[in-house]
Ligand binder design. Structure first.
Ligand SMILES: Cc1cc2nc3c(=O)[nH]c(=O)nc-3n(C[C@H](O)[C@H](O)[C@H](O)COP(=O)(O)OP(=O)(O)OC[C@H]3O[C@@H](n4cnc5c(N)ncnc54)[C@H](O)[C@@H]3O)c2cc1C
Length: 492
């Protein structure tokens, strides 16, 4: 397939910047003019790719992502992760309470992820002090032993992968940008795209907020959770807001906690990433909040007046005073109080709603558009793409070039392809296993009453109170049984 003479990438997050990096280096694209547009000065503070931390792990229930992580991990352990950009302090995956009811998915996810890191990566099971890389925690005492310095109840069961870690997300993005700049092949512009002008089967031009129009042979749409504003993704991908909260801690507290693994509870999606620069983060990998807005139909001429309803991000760029809903605040507070009781009452120094681009399956959307031949999408991160930053561009450009190097490439292309059907609802609530409640709408949550008492259980999916998961049960459950229990494991 002949390389286009010009490629314009919209969005400088993991997908856009990663794509630019690979295009800039591939021989086939050496004569292609590459332009990268970003609406805010880099790094955009409200982009999903920009934050203090992101989990880096191969612990996936889906073996294709475990295999992709095996490509990315050596980079994190090398130059890419140097100077504090990557910390390999382990990842402690836990569940809570009874292994039944709505919560079975959490246990099955752990089982499947464990099976993958054992069989696909060959990691050794056993206590770290005895040479093990993956340690099973069969009881809350085991969990407490590993996370002793937190001083609380961090879960009833799970496993810890000492070969996982976390990345300084903003620093990783800045590093990637220096790599792209060093190629000298990419023209960076700070400019917001207001719309794409569509012809019957191709994008005719890209219109900026300033009114300027740009033309390119190929347009790569990598605008993260803002993508549904520029192309009709109803029933395919949608923005969901996730809560993040940060507290300031003392140097003594940091010395005590910084060496811990990241803690991620599969039952309720809550997680705590170890502190850096005396800041500790508590967050939730949940179904998130939809933020419905009515916008002009992105693919119709402006004169048509046709409008559609989609969920799009609302961030501190739109409202500097934006906080998080009481529901999310309480969930973070309750988890902090439970796991690190002596920090229970420390006020948040900052909160944020960060936006996933969720797909129904949790798989990304890396594909040509079926109707517009010069439009390629690189989006649908579904809350788990950051960790692949060093290598994701390679796999994206493989799909773009219609060149699959190997079996993994074929599998990924199938997972990432434009779906044959759209889900019935315009808004996508992922089928991935997540914490929190499915169906929350941001404004409705803001309107709800005062915060509940700290420590009161958060509500489970479908408005049900979450049932706890008891310790006990079978680690060796078969994959087939797993598939019938939960379609997919959660990704983060
Ligand atoms: C709270 C949270 C926690 C997460 N945790 C993890 C984790 O632990 N591990 C992990 O691997 N992944 C994690 N992720 C997921 C990961 O961060 C995302 O999948 C990834 O960053 C998505 O990258 P992106 O390029 O699609 O989007 P973004 O990073 O949001 O980039 C899109 C860019 O497009 C720009 N843009 C938007 N509209 C326009 C326009 N009209 N014109 C020009 N530019 C535009 C935006 O400014 C932005 O910079 C998490 C995400 C969130 C939100």
């Amino acid at each position: 397939m002949a390389a286009p003479s010009s490629i314009l990438i919209i969005g400088s997050g993991v997908f856009g910047l990663g794509t630019a990096y690979t295009l800039a280096q591939r021989e086939a694209y050496r004569d292609t003019k590459i332009t990268l547009l970003e609406r805010l000065p880099f790094p955009a503070p409200d982009a999903a790719s920009v934050d203090s931390s992101r989990i880096v792990r191969p612990d996936y229930a889906d073996a294709a992502y475990t295999a992709l992580m095996a490509e990315a991990h050596p980079h994190w352990r090398g130059d890419f992760g140097a100077e504090g950009r990557y910390t390999e302090a382990g990842l402690c995956l836990t569940q809570e309470g009874a292994d039944s009811g709505e919560n079975r998915g959490a246990h099955y996810y752990l089982v499947k992820a464990l099976e993958n890191v054992k069989t696909k990566l060959g990691l050794e099971i056993g206590r770290r002090d005895e040479g093990g890389q993956v340690e099973l925690m069969e009881s809350s005492d085991d969990v407490c032993r590993v996370l002793e310095s937190m001083g609380g109840d961090c879960g009833s069961r799970g496993y810890i992968n000492w070969t996982s870690g976390w990345a300084d997300a903003e620093a990783g993005m800045k590093y990637m940008r220096t790599l792209v700049e060093a190629t000298g092949r990419v023209d960076f512009r700070t400019a917001e795209v207001s719309r794409l002008n569509y012809g019957s089967n191709a994008v005719e031009s890209i219109e900026l907020i300033s009114g300027e129009r740009l033309i390119a042979d190929l347009v790569v749409l990598a605008a993260g959770a803002w993508t549904p504003k520029l192309v009709d993704l109803r029933g395919i991908a949608s923005a969901t807001g996730q809560v993040l909260s940060y507290i300031d801690i003392t140097q003594e507290e940091e010395d005590r906690l910084a060496g811990n693994p990241t803690l991620l509870c599969e039952t309720n999606g809550m997680f705590i990433i170890p502190p850096r620069n005396r800041v500790l983060k508590v967050a939730r990998h949940g179904y998130g909040y939809a933020n419905f807005v009515r916008i002009p139909h992105p693919e119709r001429r402006a004169e048509s007046g046709e409008e559609i309803m989609v969920s799009l991000p609302r961030t501190k760029q739109d409202d500097p005073h934006l906080s998080i809903p009481a529901e999310g605040d309480e969930a973070c507070r309750a988890y902090l109080a439970k796991c690190i009781p002596d920090l229970a009452n420390r006020p948040w120094s900052q909160t944020r709603i960060c936006w996933y681009t969720d797909t129904p399956s949790g798989d990304w959307l890396i594909s040509y558009h079926p109707k517009y031949s010069n439009l390629f999408l690189a989006t649908g991160g579904s809350g788990h793409a950051y960790k692949f930053l060093p290598v994701v561009g390679e796999r994206i450009v493989d799909v773009m070039s219609r060149q699959n190097r190997d079996e993994l490439g074929k599998k990924l292309e199938m997972k990432w392809k434009w779906p044959e059907t759209r889900t019935e609802n315009d808004h996508v609530w992922t089928e991935d296993w997540r914490g929190g409640i499915k169906g929350m709408v941001l404004d409705e949550e803001f309107k709800k009453g005062e915060a509940r008492v700290v420590g009161e259980p958060t509500r489970g999916r479908g408005g049900q109170t979450e049932v706890g998961m008891a310790a006990g049960g079978d680690w060796e459950i078969s994959a087939a049984q797993y598939e019938t229990q939960t379609k997919k494991g959660p990704k983060l």
